[in-house]
Design a protein around this ligand. Structure first.
Ligand SMILES: [Ca+2]
Ligand SMILES: [Ca+2]
Ligand SMILES: [Cu+2]
Length: 200
């Protein structure tokens, strides 16, 4: 009798614990938010971009890390303004000279297209950062798509397991003014093809 009761009582608890663990692991793999651009002699990204411009696309709020590991020459990553042929005197970012192995990072909090170059090799070494705007309704981690990870994050947020959502303004999937498990459920329905769009 007692055994039966225990089994019935324990299973939902174990199931819940497994679910929370799974959701936590999913979230960990989604956090990234960082893109590395290799800085070489004399290029950004890889050697095929010498004389050209390497384009990197990220989501708003993400960080680009320029990594000079392996470069033998000094380089900079410096924002150009409207044109790298006539670079601005007040760049949004400027790494200064990067030696072999040093890194420089910048976090993009505004959508847009950002041109940059190396001040040492201004015509040969250039790049472009394209920052995509905030995601659609439901995209609470601004990953660019709405999927089960977003639903998991909302559940963790409403359960108090995480204090905030990276793009919390996208969390209210049914636009009823509150964020709760119903919003998570709607996102799961969307990803399952049961809903065509959000808000429903
Ligand atoms: Ca997302
Ligand atoms: Ca809601
Ligand atoms: Cu350079």
């Amino acid at each position: 009798m007692l055994t039966t009761w225990r089994r019935r009582g324990l299973r939902p608890v174990l199931g819940m614990a497994l679910l929370v663990t799974a959701l936590f692991l999913m979230q960990q793999s989604a956090i990234a938010g960082q893109t590395t651009v290799q800085v070489g002699d004399i290029w950004f990204c890889d050697e095929t971009f010498q004389g050209g411009a390497c384009e990197t696309t990220i989501n708003v709020g993400e960080t680009v890390v320029w990594d000079s590991d392996g470069a033998g020459l000094p380089h900079t990553t410096t924002e150009c303004g409207a044109s790298c042929d006539e670079p601005t005197d007040s760049p949004i970012w400027d790494s200064g000279l990067m030696g072999d192995g040093s890194t420089f990072e910048y976090t993009f909090n505004e959508p847009g297209t950002f041109l940059y170059f190396c001040q040492v090799h201004p015509t040969l070494q250039r790049g472009i950062i394209t920052v995509q705007g905030e995601g659609a309704v439901g995209d609470v981690n601004c990953s660019g798509n709405v999927d089960a990870i977003d639903a998991a994050l909302i559940l963790q947020f409403t359960a108090g397991l995480i204090g905030s959502l990276q793009c919390g303004e996208n969390a209210d999937a049914n636009e009823d003014g509150t964020t709760n498990a119903i919003d998570a459920a709607l996102i799961l329905q969307l990803t399952a093809g049961l809903l065509l769009s959000l808000p429903p």
